[in-house]
Design a protein around this ligand. Structure first.
Ligand code: NAP
Length: 499
């Protein structure tokens, strides 16, 4: 069969997806190495990078927690985590055995001195030193202090800090101050795993490396933007944390805000960590303040065989929101008049995250086509099936006159890359490799996090003081009816999202 340009392109993309550039030799300490996040994401992710040839064979992974384990015991835990959380086609026993040789363990208490000497002995001169804080946020300060006290916080060391980064502006500031006492900002990697997703980076590539979109990327041509992060699960297992947080803190302040920034930001002068983060910060500072009356807050109710949120968290009086929808406005030259509608929730109809940039209708409808605002939409899908598609109107094929139909120009990574799509690193893998490379572009800077809290804090305070309970919604729905009304009032509607 002749090779057309499409096939050639696919071949090239496949080769690129499987090309890996090994990182420098590193010693990575995972504080909380026995915890849920380490087992589900960090350790399987590191194994995938090892198997792909990106993690050097003489790198060291050092699990650290209070549990009394030796290397053999921890290796057994790591092997189990890899087998449990990676599909069979993403692992093999031979490479797993080789990977386990890089794994070590020390019993360390973040709040005591036991174990630190042994930890120091495992960290080698001349390697990249990284410390992953995969523990409760209340231990971040203790860990930073002890790293300094044991002379592990040298200029080359990097720390990776998990979310949540504070629960309001004051606590985020305090945490930033504590970390700054021991580490320079260039050493601090605040994780938001949404930023590690392939499509999120592709969003920047699509915007800033093509001439096609940027001229239209403004209020003159974009009618509105929708950002949806929907989950089908409830909060079971995380109830204690979630009931104090709610969707505004847990999703909006970080993930949704980051996605909004990437859509709204000006082109940075180059793709450099501070240049990118400067532009994101300007967006956050340009957000119009909101009050409780401006947003829709919901809480999932019980359904057939499904407990209500209040039952899940064991708090019959909880006013915590598990759903929010709101119209956010960016007050700057580019976006004045183009709203960003964002919604996120638990126990919704589908597990799906997407951003839709909905363009305005052409000025004149020569075909008498419907002017329903659904003609040109750029959809960036974060999950499932990461990919981007651009909806365009074309003529419906066949006789029968000039009837128009909307079709997607599809760029699904799984389709475009074929089996190589399985090799595309997942968010955590990419972000950990970026830490080792010393690239902070996809991590949040301290001032960005504070600015996001500064915007959302008054809104949360207003919601808490207004005394209004969130609106109950049916599990498996798209949240309260008021969310649809938020759009209808302005002649718009949420796009239908399928899993
Ligand atoms: P977890 O399952 O409760 O694990 C906590 C880890 O910390 C365990 O390994 C525990 O081991 C260790 N630990 C507790 N106290 C310690 C101490 N004093 N000194 C040393 N180690 C100590 O928590 P997780 O779900 O993995 O979450 C870890 C962090 O990631 C949290 O900040 C969380 O907010 C964040 N995060 C988690 C997820 C997730 O999906 N799990 C997602 C996003 C963010 P020992 O008991 O053996 O000491």
């Amino acid at each position: 069969m002749a090779h057309g340009p499409v096939q050639d392109w696919r071949e090239g993309a496949r080769k690129m997806a499987s090309r890996v550039i090994p990182v420098d030799v590193f010693d990575l300490v995972i504080f909380g190495g026995t915890g849920d996040l380490a087992r589900r994401k960090i350790l399987p992710g590191l194994y995938r990078r090892f198997r792909a040839g990106q993690m050097p064979r003489d790198a060291r992974i050092i699990g650290a927690a209070r549990s009394e384990l030796d290397d053999a015991g921890y290796r057994a835990l790591v092997a189990e985590a890899v087998r449990e959380h990676l599909e069979p086609e993403k692992r093999d026993e031979e490479s797993l055995a080789a990977f386990l040789e890089t794994v070590h363990y020390v019993t360390v208490d973040a709040r005591g001195d036991a174990g630190w000497k042994e930890l120091c002995a495992l960290i080698r001169e001349g390697t990249v030193h990284a410390f992953y804080f995969s523990v409760a946020p209340s231990l971040f300060g203790d860990l930073a202090e002890r790293l300094r006290a044991h002379r592990l916080a040298d200029g080359k060391a990097r720390i990776v800090v998990e979310k949540p980064f504070g629960h309001d502006l004051e606590s985020a500031r305090e945490l930033n101050r504590t970390l700054a006492r021991h580490f320079d900002e260039s050493q601090i990697y605040r994780i938001d795993h949404y930023l590690g997703k392939e499509t999120v980076q592709n969003l920047m590539a699509v915007r800033f490396s093509n001439i096609l979109f940027e001229p239209l990327w403004n209020a003159q041509y974009v009618d509105h933007i929708q950002i949806t992060v929907a989950e089908t699960v409830g909060v079971a297992g995380r109830g204690e944390y979630y009931d104090k947080a709610g969707a505004l803190r847990d999703m909006v302040q970080n993930h949704m805000m980051q996605l909004l920034c990437l859509i709204a930001m000006e082109p940075p002068y180059r793709f450099d960590p501070d240049a990118v983060r400067d532009e994101k910060l300007k967006v956050i500072r340009a957000l119009k303040p909101l009050t409780a009356r401006d947003i829709v807050r919901g809480q999932y109710d019980a359904g057939p065989g499904i407990p209500s949120y209040r039952e899940d968290v064991g708090n019959p009086d909880s006013f915590t929101e598990t759903f929010v929808a709101m119209k956010v406005e960016v007050s700057n030259w580019r976006w004045e008049g183009t709203p960003f509608y964002i919604r996120t929730g638990k126990r919704l109809k589908a597990r799906a995250s997407e951003i839709a940039v909905v363009f305005r209708e052409p000025p004149h409808a020569i075909f008498g086509q419907p002017r329903d605002g659904q003609g040109n939409v750029l959809v960036i899908r974060l999950q499932p099936n990461e990919g981007i598609n651009l909806w365009v109107r074309i003529k419906e094929p066949g006789p029968g006159g000039m009837r128009l139909v909307e079709v997607p120009l599809d760029m699904s990574f799984a389709e475009a890359l074929g089996p190589a799509a399985a090799e595309v690193p997942e968010a955590y893998e990419r972000l950990i490799m970026d830490v080792i490379r010393g690239n902070q572009t996809l991590f949040m800077r301290g001032d960005e996090v504070e600015a996001a809290w500064a915007w959302i804090d008054p809104l949360i305070a207003d919601c808490e003081s207004c005394g209004e309970p969130p609106i109950l919604y049916e599990p498996g729905s798209w949240g309260p009816e008021e969310s649809a009304m938020l759009m209808h009032r302005e002649g718009r509607r949420w796009r239908e999202i399928r899993e």
